[in-house]
Design a protein around this ligand. Structure first.
Ligand SMILES: [Zn+2]
Length: 295
């Protein structure tokens, strides 16, 4: 496990009010390398409080939660959600975030109220498009998972984030969903740590499946992912990356539709037509958001 440059380590807990680890002591790892892309300042609105997580020791991957993990309302302030889970690296984490947003209706019919929006770039990502808004939970978990990838790959180029939802959600061409702040598209990482600036056609052998799967694994570990949609043709390589990370057969079978065929409708990671240049993550309804419809 390499040390994380201090500026990048911030992303690990960018939106967390508290991150519990094996040790609560905070430390600033020494700066070793400087990435060749600028890390812009973190917008004030996106960092209620920034803390640096202690780096975990490498371990076998923690089994992903089967079923969802519910975020709990804070007793003193029910608008604050507390979500506790274990990262694939075996580190217990507690994220806290204000939940003002509402994901109204279904992802293919609904809209978004009081969403939280990503800037065009931030620690570990670029977002070239307009549809940058999601629920408080979506944005919190996305930034958390990107930060986790940066801890394993401190020199990584940023991931290209595609569409979330428009500020008030609703129809977003050419997508069928992406209407209620619970959907987000990600590009793949490319081999050789070559930067991408938008979703590009890249041959399958130029996709960095290990790094791309690590992002998926960190999202799934939150217990708040409903499904990840990616073309079946790419699933065998992702499946191998997951196996290489240490997931066993039972875990792989829960994680992937592969090798049961593209119509199996099983596994968190499922086939969707297209989705060869990017993958689509859909989160479950935020805990306590009675306006949200998962069907
Ligand atoms: Zn999508």
């Amino acid at each position: 496990m390499r040390n994380v440059p201090a500026s990048l380590a911030l992303a690990g807990c960018l939106v967390a009010l508290a991150c519990a680890g094996p040790s609560q002591s905070l430390r600033t790892p020494p700066r070793e390398t400087v990435p060749d892309w600028e890390t812009p300042p973190i917008p004030e609105s996106m960092r209620p409080l920034v803390k640096v997580m202690p780096l975990p020791e490498p371990t076998r991957p923690t089994p992903p939660p089967r079923g969802r993990v519910e975020a709990q309302p804070l007793e003193d302030d029910p608008s604050v959600r507390i979500l506790s889970f274990t990262t694939p690296r075996g580190q217990p984490v507690t994220l806290r975030y204000k939940q003002k947003s509402r994901s109204v209706g279904r992802t293919n019919r609904g809209h978004l109220e009081d969403g939280r929006c990503l800037p065009n770039q931030g620690p570990g990502f670029v977002h070239p498009g307009d549809a940058a808004c999601g629920t408080d939970e979506t944005v919190t978990l996305v930034l958390f998972a990107i930060g986790e990838v940066m801890r394993d790959y401190p020199d990584t180029v940023p991931i290209v984030v595609g569409a979330l939802s428009m500020p008030t959600g609703g129809k977003l061409r050419p997508h069928k969903s992406h209407r209620s702040g619970r959907d987000i598209d990600f590009g793949f990482f490319r081999t050789g740590n070559e930067a991408l600036h938008h979703f590009e056609d890249i041959a399958a052998d130029r996709i960095d499946f290990d790094k791309s799967f690590l992002l998926m694994a960190n999202l799934i570990a939150t217990g708040r992912v409903q499904n990840i949609f990616v073309n079946y043709a790419l699933q065998s390589r992702l499946h191998q990356a997951a196996r290489d990370m240490g997931y066993d057969d039972a875990q792989l079978s829960w994680l992937f539709e592969y090798p049961r065929g593209r119509k199996a409708q099983a596994g968190v990671i499922r086939h969707a037509k297209g989705h060869t240049r990017h993958f689509h993550v859909r989160f479950v309804c935020p805990t306590g958001d009675s306006t949200c419809d998962e069907l």
